[in-house]
Design a protein around this ligand. Structure first.
Ligand code: CU
Length: 161
């Protein structure tokens, strides 16, 4: 019951327009996370970041009450093999954009504290160097593509190859 009420409150506090959010010229477009797959304590999140200002900005940290920690990852090619690597931040160029999408940048969510249900919205704090901290609702969406093989390699303890 409590969870039901919280869900209603969250819906009421989210702008009813489009599924994006603007903060000091930074647009967080279509932020989503997927239900866990395999390992129930970890999952991935994606979004697009648009910078409508004349100054480059940088996403430097991501947090949510839903998880112990959220890391920013990218993929790199190691010879023929695609590997994940944690990065300290991601630059969003002035008047530019950066996509977090399968095969590229993604949010790696570790230590999930509850099961994610499709349709829920999870508040996530994104910290930018210039724009500061903004809380964006990440929609829990079903996976539309098979999970990347590398996601399954994450062991949930930060072990990275
Ligand atoms: Cu990763």
């Amino acid at each position: 019951m409590m969870k039901y009420l919280l869900a209603i409150l969250m819906v009421l506090t989210v702008p009813a327009t489009a599924h994006d959010m603007t903060h000091d010229g930074i647009v967080i477009d279509h932020p989503i996370m997927h239900p866990a797959l395999g390992n129930p304590t970890m999952t991935v999140g994606y979004m697009r970041l648009l910078n409508k200002t004349d100054h480059a900005d940088r996403l430097v940290a991501v947090r949510s009450d839903i998880a112990d920690r959220i890391e920013i990852h990218t993929h790199i090619m190691d010879g023929e093999i695609m590997r994940m690597r944690r990065v300290d931040g991601v630059e969003v160029p002035a008047n530019g954009k950066v996509a977090f999408a399968p095969g590229g940048y993604h949010l790696m969510i570790f230590g999930l504290r509850e099961k994610l249900i499709v349709g829920e919205e999870i508040p996530v704090e994104l910290e930018f160097e210039r724009a500061g901290t903004v809380t964006a609702p990440f929609w829990v969406e079903a996976r539309t593509a098979p999970a990347p093989a590398d996601e399954k390699k994450h062991d949930g303890h930060g072990g990275h190859h």
